[in-house]
Ligand binder design. Structure first.
Ligand code: SAH
Length: 275
């Protein structure tokens, strides 16, 4: 499991305050990978990233009126999309104040039956009562967590028994060669990645929290095009951002491309049920 020195939630929040403007624009507001059905799917990246959100939404198996938690809600685009499509109430939590402001300003967030609200909160200390959600999801947020076990425990606590928890996340197929491990270290440092487990570790961590994985779906083949696209926008974003974080991204540029080529790096949708 790749871990690095402890970084406070404030540091992660600040990184996302900065990153939100740059990558989110190019990805239509989504801070996650795109999903393409096959090589002939020519969907632009904003549409492909929405496609991933839709796959998560399907797996939640919610009915209108239910309450859903978005763990690491980014710009709010996924939460609003799911709220509107499924007529559910989505609560998004993020460590970035800028993201809360941006998400709350989405005009579609408060309309209709389905609606989404956002707040600043740490997944490792969720400010919600036990059993207060019917379903939950985390798209590319667990990787940033310094204590994923605590976050999963909290998610299980606030989720009602029988509720689904869907995760879209990177994971490792097996041990890395030394050169690849070094690249991964640089990548993890640039993007504050703390948690990149093997699939067995994923199952163990989820199980320990009381979340039983029922469907494991590797979608690497569908998402890998995202690497080239992010690689293309990264230098310009880094230059625009400047400062310490911009420098970190520039240093990571070449490694980013190689990260996408590490054979053991993969991506899956995990669907778990709270015991
Ligand atoms: N799920 C969104 C955003 C992914 S980016 C999307 O798919 O577009 C990762 C998000 O996780 C950011 O919003 C970041 O603030 C959030 N995050 C990381 N660690 C967190 C934590 N401990 N608690 C709450 N949110 C966290």
């Amino acid at each position: 499991m790749a871990r690095q020195e402890k970084l406070s939630p404030e540091v992660i929040g600040e990184m996302y305050n900065q990153l939100t403007d740059s990558r989110a624009d190019a990805f239509g507001g989504n801070l996650h990978v795109g999903y393409w059905t096959d090589d002939y799917d020519e969907a632009p990246v904003a549409q492909a990233t929405d496609h991933l959100t839709d796959l998560v939404a399907e797996r939640l198996e919610v009915v209108p009126g239910e309450r859903v938690l978005d763990v690491g809600s980014g710009t709010g685009r996924p939460a609003v999309r799911i709220a509107v499509a499924r007529d559910v109430h989505v609560t998004g939590v993020t460590l970035s104040e800028d993201q809360v402001r941006l998400a709350e300003s989405r005009p579609e967030a408060g309309r209709g039956q389905g609606h989404a609200g956002f707040q600043l909160a740490d997944a490792m200390w969720l400010p919600f009562d036990d059993d207060s959600f019917d379903a939950a999801y985390a798209i590319e947020s667990l990787a940033h967590m310094e204590n994923p076990a605590a976050a999963l425990g909290e998610i299980a606590r606030v989720l009602r028994p029988g509720g689904r928890f869907v995760v879209g996340e990177w994971y490792l197929l097996g041990p890395l060669a030394a050169d690849d491990a070094a690249d991964l270290e640089i990548f993890s440092r640039a993007f504050d990645v703390h948690f990149l487990p093997t699939v067995d570790e994923f199952y163990e961590e989820m199980d320990r929290a009381g979340l039983k994985i029922e469907i494991f779906h590797d979608i690497w083949a569908n998402i890998s095009r995202s690497f080239r696209l992010v690689g293309e926008i990264l230098p310009a974003s880094a230059a625009r951002l400047g400062g310490e974080f911009g420098e970190r991204l520039i240093a990571c540029g070449e490694t980013y491309r190689r990260f996408g080529e590490i054979p053991q790096v993969s991506y899956a949708l995990f669907t778990a049920v709270r015991h």
